[in-house]
Design a protein. Sequence first.
Length: 282
Amino acid sequence: MRPPAPELISPRSQRVLAARRLAKRNFRGKERLFLAEGPQAVREAAAYGDTLVELFATVEAAERYADIVGEARTAGARVHLADEQVIADISTTVTPQGLVGVCRFVDTPFEDILAARPKLVAVLAHVRDPGNAGTVLRCADAAGAEAVVLTDASVDLYNPKAVRASVGSLFHLPVAVGVPVERAVAGLRDAGVRVLAADGAGDHDLDAELDDDAMGGPTAWVFGNEAWGLPEETRALADAVVRVPIHGKAESLNLATAAAVCLYASARAQRASGGCRSVTES
């Protein structure tokens, strides 16, 4: 049997044009919609309430990922079969995987995060690289963090590269966006969270903090810019500025690696003290 012909033949279709515009931040903000590309991101979006609005799929991808297409339809998304040129026009990757979803914004009000009394939070202050932002979000999810906060000086959460780098973690935990760093720190501290700034020039050593059993309570880590770290005024807001020790000859750690080390250190300390749920518990 011959496969069904694509429903969207022309890249000039109004639906295709509307989806393609979401590669630009101003259109994403206006429509409160963003793109999720690839099978993992689309599957996670389909499982996240009514987030997935539309799904564009090549015939080959629709056959290969029939379960995902079925989940998208079950979630209420409108599914369009499209030729490869349509997918290439919508996609922001060099080699599209044949599935592109249009999703509603999923960020959470900062006040709701505070009301939940989180025990482990990642705050991205002045993080400008979307790949790094998405990777830190993924690390926070993996470490069992209960929220992520992007300050108003950080990259757009819905930048396609950030969404891809999160590998679906964007849909797993609450994320607040556009929060001034001063408000983020003050709000978290008022909620009983100790605020630590991660910086290679910090006065406190991560190993020493762990040895002193100082990290078992609710903690928020503030991570800075990839190139120049945290400005002095942001460092001054924190309860302590902590460095990840370099035991070998490496000059430094990149942002995502340092974030993973810090978040996992806190998660381990909190589990040991009974202050945080295990990331493996159901």
